[in-house]
Design a protein around this ligand. Structure first.
Ligand SMILES: Cc1ncc(C[n+]2csc(CCOP(=O)(O)OP(=O)(O)O)c2C)c(N)n1
Ligand SMILES: [Mg+2]
Length: 331
């Protein structure tokens, strides 16, 4: 059954939880805006895909997760990493290819991983995440550790066979798995109206015998509520859920994309729909969090990002002596 979440409950969140959510979204936004600026200087090697505009998805889902839980990400993975608690300075250093990075500077933007945080990795393979979380969810089910595994994937990835196979398996094995389809309207330059056969990705849940929910991805509270239900169901042995989160990415597919395939929609989304603006408006209108506490978070995050870039630039790159380390994992 597919349902649309229309009302989201602010009341269930304490002021501290609201501030945490705001901090995560603000950190992702500032991180991405800064990487966008720095990439243009030519100092950042490799490909970079930015998550700005989509913050409410990673934040709303990961707010329900703890150290038992794991996530699998995509090529657009910075937001997922930050929301799951990966160290922001180590992430920035990784993007700069420095030895102090999350993967000792050998992975770059598209391969940031931190297993200690339950972050299985960004992934250059479109549709690579869903099979990973089936394995992880199966492990949790067998161990009985209460863990839930979440795969974030795009509208493009929603058409991959790996995604269909994983959703099928998740129901057949009744796994504590959650599939979060981040529908930003495009796979590279191809509109999802051209490439996704169903009107809604969430409608496909019915074919795999799991609940499907469509959520306004610019609304943290809507994502948070839908994810809360899905996580609770998974933890209680109720099986998988597909959540479709709809929004717009603010930057191009990759840094350098001329975006000749779209016009106007980003300015409109930034102006009218932006998740941070809406969050701020909602919590201040209802006097749930004082404005000065939100402003203090803005200042702290700005400093964190500034320091992250400065420290990343000052850190050494891996040397020849690091070439053969971290290549194989010994079990
Ligand atoms: C298996 C595979 N096929 C194709 C690609 C090339 N590719 C990289 S990103 C991308 C589009 C992905 O779109 P979507 O899943 O909607 O994610 P978004 O970039 O919108 O976040 C494609 C086709 C790839 N990396 N892996
Ligand atoms: Mg997409």
């Amino acid at each position: 059954m597919t349902g649309t979440v229309t009302t989201a409950t602010v009341q269930e969140l304490t002021p501290d939880q609201l501030l945490d959510a705001y901090r995560v979204m603000r950190t992702i936004r500032d991180f991405e805006e800064r990487v966008h600026k720095e990439f243009a200087t030519g100092e950042i090697p490799g490909f970079v895909h930015l998550y700005a505009g989509e913050e409410a998805s990673a934040t709303g889902v990961c707010a329900h997760l703890d150290q038992r839980d794991t996530i699998a990400s995509t090529h657009r993975g910075h937001g997922h990493c930050i929301a799951k608690g990966v160290d922001v300075k180590a992430m920035m250093a990784e993007i700069y290819g420095r030895i102090t990075g999350s993967c000792q500077g050998k992975g770059g933007s598209m391969h940031i991983a931190d297993l200690s945080k339950g972050m299985l990795g960004a992934n250059g393979i479109v549709g690579g995440g869903p099979p990973l979380i089936c394995g992880r969810a199966l492990a949790s089910k067998y161990k009985g550790d209460g863990g839930v595994a979440v795969a974030f994937f795009g509208d493009g990835a929603s058409n991959q066979g790996t995604t269909f196979e994983s959703m099928n398996l998740a129901t057949v094995w009744n796994l504590p798995a959650i599939f979060v389809a981040e529908n930003n309207g495009y796979a590279e330059a191809t509109s999802s109206t051209w490439s996704v056969a169903s009107d809604n990705i969430a409608d496909r849940a019915a074919a795999f015998g799991m609940p499907g929910v469509i959520v306004d991805g610019f609304d943290f509270f809507a994502v948070h509520e839908a994810a809360g239900e899905a996580v609770a169901r998974a933890r209680q042995g109720g099986g998988p859920t597909l959540i479709e989160v709809k929004f717009t990415r603010y930057f191009g597919h990759f840094e350098g994309d001329q975006q000749l395939y779209r016009a106007g929609e980003v300015a409109d989304a930034r102006e009218r729909l932006d998740c941070l603006k809406r969050f701020r408006a909602r919590v201040t209108e209802q006097a749930l969090v004082p404005v000065d506490r939100l402003d203090a978070v803005d200042a702290e995050v700005a400093k964190l990002i500034e320091d992250s870039v400065a420290e990343a630039k000052a850190a050494p790159k891996p040397g020849a002596e690091d070439l053969l380390t971290d290549v194989y994992v010994s079990y």
